[in-house]
Structure formats: C-alpha cells, structure tokens
Design a protein around this ligand. Sequence first.
Ligand code: HEC
Length: 166
Amino acid sequence: MNQTILKAGIAVAVIVAGIFAYLLFTGPRMRDQILIKPFQAQMPSMPAGTLPVVDTISPVPDEKQAKLLTNPLDKTPENYARGEVYYGYYCVFCHGNKGAGDGPVGYSYVPAPADLRTSKVQAMSEGQLLRSSLTGIGHDPVLKKVVPPEHRWYIELYVRSLGAKP
Ligand code: HEC
C-alpha cells in the first residue's frame, strides 16, 4: 500500500518537473523579444523651420569689438529695474542678491563667482563687462546661449549699479 503511494508520488513529481522543464525551455523568454539598441531608434522628425542652436543667432562680440561697444540703453530707473529682473533670471543664483558672488549655486564653483561690486569688474568698459558676463570663467558656453540679446544690455546696466552701492 505504502509502495503504491510512493510510486504515485514520484510519478506526480516527475510530471510536474517535466512541465517546469518544458516551460523553461519553450515559454516566453526575454531573448525572444525584438531588441532595439538606442542608436537604432528612429529620431522623431523636427517641425519645419527648426533652427540649430548656434552662436550666429546671438553672437557675443569679440574682445576688440567689445572695447568699442557702449550700452545703447538710457540710464533710467525703469531700465535698471528691468536689469534687476533679468539679473534674477540668469545671474542671481551664482552671483547673489547684491552681486557679492555668494549665490547658492555659486558656492560649488572653484573659483567662486566674482564679486561684481569690486573695482576689477567695475573698471571694465560697458562692452567688456557685457562680454565677460557671458563668456568668462563659469559662464562658457552656457550663458551666451541662454541670455537672449534683448536682455543683455539691461543686465550690464544693473551690474554697473551694483558697484555704486557696495
Ligand atoms: C553658473 C554660475 C554663474 C552664473 C549663472 C553667472 N556667473 Fe558670472 N561668474 C561665475 C564664475 C565662476 C566667475 C569667475 C570668477 C573668477 O574668475 O574669479 C564669474 C565671473 C563673472 C564676472 C567677472 C568676469 C571677469 O572677467 O573677471 C562677471 C562680470 C560676471 N561673472 C557677471 C555675470 C552676469 C552678469 C551673469 C548673469 C548674466 C553671470 N555672471 C552669471 C559664475 C557664474
């Protein structure tokens, strides 16, 4: 009697093991899926009229040009106020509220962002200041691509005003 139960048990075990083995070798497997490597994927097509990000759209003056450039904006309170807003967009997190170079992001920079109130910065001509604001250490190549030309001179105006009240 015990013998029969044992035999039946072994038979069931063999059948179950057989089913597992069958599934293991014939069941759905990862290796059966279509493999698309990232570089093989089709890029979505760009909308018509899309332009590449290149500096020809908003060039920064070279050093020679920069020396000759002057700020075309009037030094009105409204323009300073706009400059402060744009400074808040692009500069404040590195150079700090008052331009002391103590913004929260600036802390991780070596060298630390310049103190914009110092005579080294304030002695620059208007064009030089514009240029070094966009291309100096810690700025290249990001800022010149980020700050649109129509905001730049306002920021220069505002940075100037930081020097006046240290
Ligand atoms: C990602 C951080 C960061 C941002 C954003 C940033 N700066 Fe700077 N800035 C720096 C660092 C770093 C230096 C280099 C300090 C040094 O060389 O001692 C610097 C230097 C300067 C200098 C001195 C350049 C020189 O030649 O001595 C000026 C002026 C300046 N920044 C203006 C600006 C203005 C204006 C903005 C906003 C449009 C701006 N920065 C945004 C990090 C930043």
